[in-house]
Design a protein around this ligand. Structure first.
Ligand SMILES: C[S@@+](CC[C@H](N)C(=O)[O-])C[C@H]1O[C@@H](n2cnc3c(N)ncnc32)[C@H](O)[C@@H]1O
Length: 239
């Protein structure tokens, strides 16, 4: 195995273990720490996907790094499409299986080596997953591979608030308050210390849009959510 390959495997192992440790508290903390705004963000993603695939019942949508399944469920209810969820962390998938429709298949798989044939899906989503991958570029390329030509990707991620005051206030909350509350409630201080670090290292809105274009998407655009605390990027696989 190459040095890069073993570093990527180590990274994946650490991330999987971290989500395994917090799986049972993940939903509670998500909703608590975001004051439930995360639900609205996922609904915006699902609405956008519906708009792009014209809510066809035969359309296939893949939710990558689906975790406990909230976006998979929202996509299923909003688009009427056939939705599949995939994640490489079994305890997160177990929570998803206990709460979402059995009509949504959940498949264990790595986002960097998805267990699906090329050109299988009309839309692919990834919410708060991309920044956890060992390579954002490789992740975007792999999502592109499983899309049909002309299919749409939607990336929901934490991002950089555009307003300087909001950025300052959010920085204090995100780096100071959130790791403390998250760490205490989840019992894993390291998991919630990792969260701000992973966001800090993640490309900002413009840079992510550029990486998407380089990975094989056109019609790339983004919208800031809640002042840029999060952003939704979409792009179309080039035909
Ligand atoms: C912050 S959670 C997001 C879960 C869900 N999408 C949501 O909106 O709540 C990140 C998820 O990404 C998954 N993940 C991280 N790296 C992954 C990889 N390489 N392959 C598959 N899943 C991965 C984790 O297991 C975890 O469930």
């Amino acid at each position: 195995m190459t040095e890069n390959g073993s570093a990527a495997n180590e990274h994946a192992g650490r991330v999987r273990e971290m989500f395994s440790n917090i799986a049972t508290r993940y939903d509670l903390l998500n909703h608590l720490l975001s004051a439930n705004v995360d639900k609205r963000w996922r609904q915006i993603v699902a609405n956008k996907v519906r708009e792009k695939i014209s809510s066809s019942k035969s359309a296939r949508v893949l939710d990558v790094a689906c975790g406990t399944g909230d976006l998979s469920r929202t996509l299923f209810e909003t688009t009427g499409a056939r939705v599949v969820g995939t994640d490489f962390c079994r305890p997160m998938l177990a929570i998803a299986a206990g709460k979402i429709s059995s009509q949504i298949p959940l498949i264990e798989g790595d986002a960097l080596r998805l267990p699906f044939r090329s050109g299988s899906f009309d839309a692919v989503t990834i919410a708060f997953g991309l920044r956890n991958l060992s390579s954002v570029e490789d992740g975007l390329t792999e999502l592109c591979r499983v899309l049909k030509p002309g299919g749409w990707v939607a990336v929901l991620e934490c991002s950089k608030p555009s307003n300087i005051i909001l950025r300052g206030l959010y920085g204090v909350y995100f780096r100071g308050v959130l790791p403390l509350i998250g760490g205490v409630i989840s019992g894993s201080l390291s998991a919630y210390a990792y969260l701000p670090a992973s966001v800090q290292n993640f490309p900002d809105q413009q840079r992510l849009a550029l990486l998407m274009k380089q990975a094989g998407y056109d019609q790339v655009e983004y919208q800031n959510l809640t002042g840029g605390i999060a952003a939704l990027h979409i792009g179309r696989r080039r035909s």
